[in-house]
Write a protein that binds this ligand. Sequence first.
Ligand SMILES: Nc1ncnc2c1ncn2[C@@H]1O[C@H](COP(=O)(O)OP(=O)(O)OP(=O)(O)O)[C@@H](O)[C@H]1O
Length: 291
Amino acid sequence: MYTVKIENVSKSYRKFQALHHIDLQIEKGLYGLLGPNGAGKSTLMNIISTILTWDEGRISVYGYDLKKDSHKVRELLGYLPQHFQAPGQFTGEEFLHYVASMKGMNNRQKRTIEVQRLLEQVNLTEHTHKKIKGYSGGMKRRLGIAQALIGQPKLIILDEPTAGLDPSERIRFRNVMERLGKEYTIILSTHILSDIETSCEHVGVINKGELLYQGETEKLASLAEGTVWEISVPISHYDEVEQAYTVLSSRREQEQMVFHVLSKAEPKHRATCVKPTLEDGYMALINGVIT
Ligand SMILES: Nc1ncnc2c1ncn2[C@@H]1O[C@H](COP(=O)(O)OP(=O)(O)OP(=O)(O)O)[C@@H](O)[C@H]1O
């Protein structure tokens, strides 16, 4: 059963069309929204979060129409905006209490339990009483994730939640999300493929406001089957290869350069076709090598 249904949604900022007829169906669990800078990810997330309006199309969230029943949707929603800011003079704990009160959690004792649980979940317990202005970027991000989880929302929208997190925080974040994804719908946007590779079963890829793919994350890699080639050339041919192909990776092996490149046709250099990774599938889509 789909919890979020987006049908034929378009959005323009004055004359610039940021989203073109987007159709997306999202089920309970973790859903990854992928796309390069300016693809339209935040626009779409702000629309689902009821912050932005849109021009045409229909969106429903847990059966509620987003236009007619936006107040109902807001009650189900936890949201981490891309540029999350919290007042620096608050401590982490005070801020979470404040957000929880705004969400209608009036019972102080219950609120305290919830705040402590969330601080622990995002690994901020030892900074509970520290002022937010003294937090690092990663700590602020984690606090942002905690405030999005207040009140156990059924739909959690996280716009680039892992920006600024170090590798161990990223792993911790993934574990928390995987656990929550068993019960709730979580949509997260990212450019970091490793964030979604293991945790999101389904993914949508957008570029320039167009939806290029939606489906199983695993299958994104196989879309690029037959278009990823390994080429080994002398170092002096480096520029030639870079100009001729979309280079996915390169490494030096003694006097040779070994490239992985994208190409629909077999390259003119001696090349071996290799099994694509998720990143290759994504790059092939974004570069228009596959459609
Ligand atoms: N308020 C606005 N007015 C005009 N254009 C906008 C506005 N907000 C976004 N855009 C444009 O819409 C397009 C989509 O932007 P959006 O922020 O949704 O992309 P994104 O995929 O979230 O990018 P990023 O990963 O860089 O945050 C971009 O070309 C952007 O410049």
